[in-house]
Design a protein around this ligand. Structure first.
Ligand code: HEC
Ligand code: HEC
Ligand code: HEC
Ligand code: HEC
Length: 126
């Protein structure tokens, strides 16, 4: 049993170590979504990898969720797809617009956790 598990774990670790750098967003320090065009506010502070480590967010789909026919698909994620692919910057009345999508995702969690910024100027830092 152990003999079979060990190589499996090793293989899993190797695959992980190989894939992780490809997905790493170490360079991302702010969000300034080009879909907003000029934008009214300074970019929002978001050090992707450091933030997610501190907040212990290891399930990528918490933010990169995937939907099909209006239903969230558990076990799937939308890594590689910008939020703006599904949340338009200029939404129709029945759509969740891009700004609301970002604000709801970021602020709801900060409120629930009692941690992380809630005020405009704490995210959109001049
Ligand atoms: C938890 C962080 C956070 C807080 C708090 C927050 N925002 Fe944002 N906001 C974002 C993110 C992330 C985006 C999308 C990325 C970007 O800035 O382009 C965004 C986008 C925007 C945009 C559209 C892009 C632009 O610059 O025109 C506006 C306008 C905006 N926010 C205004 C506000 C205002 C006003 C408040 C306070 C009432 C606020 N935000 C609070 C994170 C935040
Ligand atoms: C707290 C929310 C959050 C978590 C958790 C998160 N991300 Fe992201 N990630 C974002 C946001 C926001 C963007 C910018 C999206 C955009 O530009 O439309 C982004 C962008 C990316 C990008 C750039 C390409 C793209 O999809 O737009 C990659 C790759 C990525 N994330 C991978 C990951 C991986 C892998 C994980 C899990 C280990 C993860 N993310 C977890 C919020 C998150
Ligand atoms: C594959 C398409 C798709 C992508 C990519 C996507 N979303 Fe969504 N999202 C949806 C759909 C569909 C809904 C259901 C609400 C609606 O009708 O718009 C939704 C709902 C939401 C909600 C409200 C429900 C909830 O789960 O909290 C928020 C907030 C949200 N998205 C934020 C984001 C952010 C931020 C990103 C990028 C990190 C993102 N979404 C990427 C399709 C997507
Ligand atoms: C699922 C929960 C969750 C989501 C979603 C989330 N955050 Fe956070 N965020 C946290 C927690 C928890 C902390 C406090 C982490 C700590 O300092 O220990 C935090 C802290 C922060 C901080 C303080 C500095 C730092 O990096 O620790 C910033 C800035 C921030 N979040 C921005 C954002 C933005 C912008 C988004 C949306 C794109 C977002 N967060 C989405 C949970 C979340």
């Amino acid at each position: 049993m152990v003999k079979r598990i060990v190589p499996f774990c090793l293989a899993a670790v190797m695959v992980f170590a190989f894939l992780l750098p490809a997905f790493s967003q170490m360079d991302m320090t702010v969000l300034s979504d080009p879909a907003f065009g000029e934008g009214q506010r300074p970019p929002a502070v978001f050090e992707h990898d450091a933030h997610n480590e501190k907040a212990e967010l290891f399930d990528c789909a918490v933010c990169h969720h995937y939907y099909e026919d209006g239903e969230k698909v558990e076990g799937m994620d939308s890594i590689g797809m910008p939020c703006s692919d599904c949340h338009p910057a200029d939404p129709g009345s029945d759509e969740l617009g891009l700004m609301e999508a970002y604000h709801t995702q970021c602020i709801d969690c900060h409120e629930q956790e009692g941690q992380g910024p809630l005020a405009c100027g704490e995210c959109h830092v001049k």
